[in-house]
Write a protein that binds this ligand. Structure first.
Ligand code: G4P
Length: 193
């Protein structure tokens, strides 16, 4: 997605060889027009085949793009919670996600009444690094007996192994941009894009 690449090149900051800071348009402050374009792009990529019935993401940074994708596809958007809300009195699907940045396991939770075996789910998230969040969300889709349309990722860090693990497990991955490396403050994209 060319407009996203340009945005990353102009406003992204390679904080280290592992971490790209995109808080001026994706992680903290949001660029609404870019979010709408991202939603359109995910909808286009997942078109054909069985109809998606629900978008699933995880709070917080996945929600904006999940919303615009849901708007485009005309389906509800569901986000897994990282902390159980006091209003979550229903039965829940729970999955454990290991955070490499925080070095801890945490539970992510989705109320059972929002996801069931009739759903065909598109997962959307902002970053794909080691795939912990994506696999946690896939586990929730599986617990619900739902089917997976694919995993839509805004920025895949292709030098980390999450994308490979997801593809090897047979899950369709729709990455809008794939980063080859972050070196000396510069962003290099994977060639094929
Ligand atoms: P993984 O799910 O792919 O295994 O990722 P990992 O544990 O490495 O990442 C944990 C958090 O850090 C996630 O956000 C993820 O989106 C974010 N992250 C990973 N790599 C980068 C990066 O290069 N740049 C930025 N800006 N974020 C990155 P989170 O803690 O769930 O935060 P949020 O969704 O509440 O914002």
């Amino acid at each position: 997605m060319e407009s996203l690449k340009e945005k990353i090149l102009i406003d992204g900051i390679a904080l280290s060889e592992d971490v790209l800071k995109v808080d001026s348009f994706l992680n903290h402050q949001l660029d609404p027009e870019l979010m709408v374009d991202i939603g359109k792009e995910f909808a286009k990529r997942v078109e054909g085949g069985k109809k998606v019935t629900k978008i699933l993401t995880i709070e917080a940074s996945g929600i904006a793009a999940a919303l615009t994708t849901g708007l485009e596809l005309g389906v509800p958007v569901l986000f897994a919670r990282k902390k159980k809300s006091i209003t979550m009195t229903d039965d829940n699907y729970v999955s454990q996600v290991y955070s490499f940045t925080k070095k801890e396991e945490s539970d992510i939770t989705v109320a059972k009444r929002f996801l069931n075996e009739d759903d065909h789910v598109l997962i959307v998230d902002d970053f794909l690094a080691r795939g912990a969040a994506a696999f946690g969300l896939i586990s929730i889709v599986e617990q619900a007996g739902a089917s997976l349309a694919g995993v839509g990722i805004i920025i895949e860090k292709a030098f980390q192994d999450g994308g490979t693990k997801l593809r090897e497990a047979g899950h369709p991955v729709y990455s809008l941009v794939r980063i080859q490396s972050l070196e000396k403050g510069k962003v290099y994209f994977v060639e094929e894009e």
